[in-house]
Ligand binder design. Sequence first.
Ligand SMILES: Nc1ncnc2c1ncn2[C@@H]1O[C@H](COP(=O)(O)OP(=O)(O)OP(=O)(O)O)[C@@H](O)[C@H]1O
Length: 234
Amino acid sequence: MLKVQGLNAWYDRSHVVQDVSFEVGTGEIVTLMGRNGAGKTTTLRTLMGLVSKRSGSAQFNGSEMLADAAHTRFHAGLAYVPEERRIVAGLTVRENLQLGITASRNRHEMAAMIEEIAATFPRLKERLNQDATSMSGGEQQMLAIARAMMARPKMILLDEPSEGIMPLLVDEMFHLFTRMKQAGTTILLVEQNVERALRISDRAYILDQGQVVHTGSGEELLADREIQERYCAV
Ligand SMILES: Nc1ncnc2c1ncn2[C@@H]1O[C@H](COP(=O)(O)OP(=O)(O)OP(=O)(O)O)[C@@H](O)[C@H]1O
């Protein structure tokens, strides 16, 4: 579904992503890992068209998309949940979810979509009419993911979804990713929570100083403590 080849990105003169190549197959969960500053977030931002100085190739379902505008990618079925969640204060959970729908929908369609999403995110279902920012950080993170899922993306890019979240919700969140995968969503994940991420990943790529230095199946990398200790914050 996504084929990235020779991707480069710069902030001014700083060459932050260097010749990065990786693939994400339809229905897979693929994780990008590596220490702070390795270039993971910048890789996602570059794929979403948010870094202007870039080169290389990124094909989404066979079409080159690196030069496309962010909204074109969105309409092609790519969703992005950045580390900062951008939940709108003063709106309820339901109203935040409604923001995730682009095309105009009638009330019944909208209600049906919220029902569908709420079935996957039970924690949000109980809180639909609550002010969204009164929820815990983890619940707000779930809302950010659920809101992105309202557009029914083919693929979702998640940047450190478990960061700063209480352990109980982290477990719930990783179960959620497995359920999203089972429901047909392809996931590209950036995670510091190495063990949990590897357990659910089909494949992972390890970045170090802007380059891919290692790749393997989730299972292979889970068994390789040396690689984890060397390149990830474990
Ligand atoms: N907007 C920016 N302007 C200039 N340099 C930046 C900017 N954002 C990130 N950088 C730098 O680019 C490098 C890669 O950062 P990036 O955020 O992609 O890493 P990361 O692997 O996602 O790490 P983290 O987990 O800390 O977010 C770092 O050296 C960082 O300081």
